[in-house]
Design a protein around this ligand. Structure first.
Ligand code: ARG
Ligand code: GLU
Length: 717
């Protein structure tokens, strides 16, 4: 009897102590995770997910344009990604006559698929640990500079050797803060055509209000197709290119998911910092985030005050508002999330355990005992410098649209300062090219109001006001930037066309106006301050911090179990796994795992820029015309959440089930858990996916593009 109880206790313990779903693993690390994944319900092997030979799921995953993820969903090279990942492409084909952003776009035949210059997808062929050859000949007696030089020559040699024997693109990246290195072999396809996109009222439903938020009702997807030459090899766009035949495409499951189901996400997360000391997280959450949030409050309020007054400005600033608010909202969620989960305390406890473990062994203590105190000390003395850096980036650089624009062509303008005719002509040409795009979405009143408020804020809140601001304005009350856009501005609201004409008819005079304008002088002064005063100090501190962080990582791998430590995201291919599960965002509230079309309709606000809906969707809803995509109880699923550890760059990543079938499309995280980039807590960190059945319904039933669904391999089991 007693034995049984003990056994039962073990079983219970077993089921409740499954390891957290934290971690984004490099594909070759999966063999160490296989048992854990299978314990959680996975029915396939690690080898089926990633194998260096063609034919694993890996061959259906692409880096989409270098900033998102995509996956192959048919044997004719059909690619699924997010609407917000395809946005640039969709926008570039849109005009007043064909407003694909507003109305959606569906190629009804291959001939109608639209090429996209500059867009590419990249397949990973294999990833290899090359730490040994990378570190060959590097030893402790060397200076940092000597080490770097040696690693650079090692890297060149490795790349050269590979490139001469294999026909792939190669790249070497550091992981674990430079303690290890990986070589990535990949193939890039550059003929990627737009196949379909829902209207923004579906693909961007809820826009900024719902961004980062659960419950969510967005159909954030779009479709592309890869084209290849007649031998299935990469080729630039050509009429006679043919649909690419993939080594693998994903099966698409319409059987749906239940709470508790195993799921994994395959993709290219951009950047995480999961191994920072507590002091760094504390500074980020409690000093830098609040400071940067306050700055963006000013920017967002400035934009909004004009957007509500003018429809023209509303359209011009919609995308700027969205991108400014995206990070702003994430920061707010991060700070709240760390606070709520007592994240800093928990990191401090881990640090205490780490120091204690080191102290048990004289050698370890001598080697590593000093790292954390040194890191703490460096961070503590550098906080003011970090604030200067962020204030400059957020106000000095991002806080004025003209300054950003001018900095974007700083090289050409600096060259023109020396007056050679060739340089002046080049600058004028480049400016003429960029200016019309800039002006299209520019309003000088919005820009100058925001900058005025930001400069006043900078001068009244900075611990140390930059000298260039004092020189220019004396005090916050002296801030006046109206002049920049009046008399001596190089282009005035009323005068854009005249200025563009001048760039062409008299480049020297036009460029002269720019170089002598107040705003150009301000840009020079702001960057002069940053490059002259902030960057050199920052460079010194950061190189010390990076070296210490590298040692700290190495020490954690010695003290802990290295196979349990995943490398921080760095835009390389990763797999993360978890369960479909809800969470408790605050006392008394529990979030479900799935949302349904009923919820989409409930949020509908006719004519609203975020929550309007197409007429056709309302009709289909009234008829309950859900095709074969409804649940057993007759509802159409829209989005769902799971405890997969994802990050920015995982947009467009496939969510797969226990059999490796496609069940959803990752596009966001929940607000409460956005701190997962520095501190993952399984209790509240969730990724948000579009349910694949909603994608199929929109394509098939809503848009009538059933031929695309026909291409796919639908499974239900
Ligand atoms: N939050 C998501 C991400 O970080 C979606 C952003 C696009 N949507 C938006 N409303 N800004 O990329
Ligand atoms: N929306 C993000 C992206 O574009 C994914 C959400 C996240 O940051 O996790 O990559």
């Amino acid at each position: 009897m007693k034995k049984q109880i003990v056994l039962l206790g073990l079983i219970l313990l077993g089921s409740y102590s499954m390891r957290a779903t934290e971690g984004m693993w490099l594909p070759y690390m999966l063999s160490d995770r296989e048992a854990d994944m299978q314990n959680m319900g996975m029915l396939i092997s690690a080898e089926e997910i990633y194998s260096v030979n063609n034919g694993s799921l890996k061959d259906a995953i692409v880096s989409f344009g270098g900033f998102c993820t995509g996956e192959i969903i048919s044997d004719n090279g059909l690619v699924l990604t997010n609407h917000h990942c395809g946005y640039g492409a969709i926008q570039s084909h849109s005009s007043v006559e064909h407003n694909y952003l507003e109305d959606g776009f569906w190629a009804m035949s291959r001939a109608e698929e639209l090429p996209n210059e500059g867009l590419f997808v990249r397949f990973v062929k294999y990833i290899e640990d090359v730490s040994v050859p990378m570190l060959e000949g590097v030893h402790d007696g060397m200076t940092e500079e000597e080490k770097r030089a040696r690693m650079q020559s090692n890297m060149n040699a490795i790349l050269e050797r590979r490139s001469s024997s294999e026909d792939f693109e190669f790249e070497i990246k550091e992981i674990y803060y430079g303690n290890q290195f990986i070589l990535i072999a990949s193939v890039r396809y550059t003929d990627v055509r737009l196949v379909g996109a829902p209207p923004s009222s579906i693909g961007k439903y809820g826009a900024d209000t719902d961004n980062w938020v659960w419950p969510r009702h967005t159909g954030d997807f779009s479709m592309f197709r890869i084209y290849a030459d007649a031998s299935n090899n990469p080729a630039d766009f050509a009429d006679n290119n043919v649909p690419f035949k993939p080594y693998r495409s994903l099966n698409v499951s319409i059987s749906g998911t239940q709470p508790g189901d195993f799921t994994f996400v395959y993709g290219f997360p951009g950047r995480t910092e999961e191994y920072l000391p507590a002091i760094a997280v504390d500074q980020m959450m409690n000093e830098l985030n609040p400071m940067n949030i306050a700055i963006r409050d000013i920017i967002l309020q400035g934009m909004k005050s004009y957007m509500v007054e003018s429809e023209e400005i509303d359209i011009q600033y919609a995308s700027k508002y969205a991108s400014t608010s995206n990070a702003w909202k994430k920061w707010i969620g991060q700070t709240q999330g760390v606070d709520k989960t007592f994240g800093i305390d928990s990191i401090r406890r881990a640090e205490a355990r780490f120091q204690y473990a080191l102290a048990q062994d004289n050698n370890l203590w001598n080697m590593y005992g000093n790292i954390l105190p040194s890191l703490e000390q460096r961070y503590a003395v550098s906080l003011d410098l970090f604030k200067k850096r962020d204030r400059f980036i957020e106000i000095g650089y991002r806080g004025n649209e003209v300054i950003r624009f001018l900095w974007g062509m700083n090289r050409e303008l600096s060259a023109a300062e020396n007056g050679s005719e060739e340089a002046v002509n080049k600058a004028a040409e480049s400016m003429a090219q960029r200016l019309s795009g800039f002006i299209k979405n520019y309003n000088a009143s919005v820009d100058s109001t925001i900058t005025y408020n930001l400069y006043r804020h900078w001068m009244s809140t900075a611990e140390e006001v930059p000298a260039f601001l004092i020189d220019a304005y004396g005090s916050p009350d002296g801030v006046d930037i109206s002049g920049m856009y009046s008399a001596d501005a190089f282009f005035r609201p009323t005068n854009y066309d005249a200025f563009i004409a001048l760039l062409e008819s008299d480049p020297a005079a036009a460029i002269d106006t720019v170089l002598n304008s107040e705003i150009y002088t301000m840009m020079k002064a702001a960057f002069g301050y940053y490059i002259g005063e902030v960057a050199p100090q920052l460079g010194g501190v950061m190189s010390e911090i990076n070296n210490l962080q590298k040692d700290y990582m190495a020490a954690q791998m010695v003290v802990g179990d290295p196979s349990e430590l995943y490398p921080d995201a760095n835009s390389t291919m990763r797999i993360t796994y978890g369960r479909v599960e809800g969470f408790v965002p605050r006392d008394g509230v529990r979030y479900n795992t799935h949302t349904y079309l009923d919820g989409v309709i409930a949020k509908y606000v006719p004519g609203d820029y975020e929550f309007d809906l197409p007429e056709r969707m309302l009709e289909l809803y009234a008829e309950k015309n859900y095709g074969r995509y409804a649940t057993e109880d007759g509802r159409l699923p829209v989005c769902f959440i799971a405890s997969n550890h994802t990050s920015g760059g995982n947009s467009g990543s496939p969510a797969l089930d226990a059999n490796g079938n496609l069940i959803g499309l990752n596009f966001d995280r929940v607000w409460e858990g956005t701190m997962s980039d520095v501190y993952f807590d399984e209790a509240i960190c969730r990724n948000i996916m579009v349910d694949i059945r909603y994608v199929l319904w929109v394509v098939d039933v809503y848009a009538g593009a059933g031929h695309l669904v026909e291409e796919m391999n639908l499974v239900s089991e």
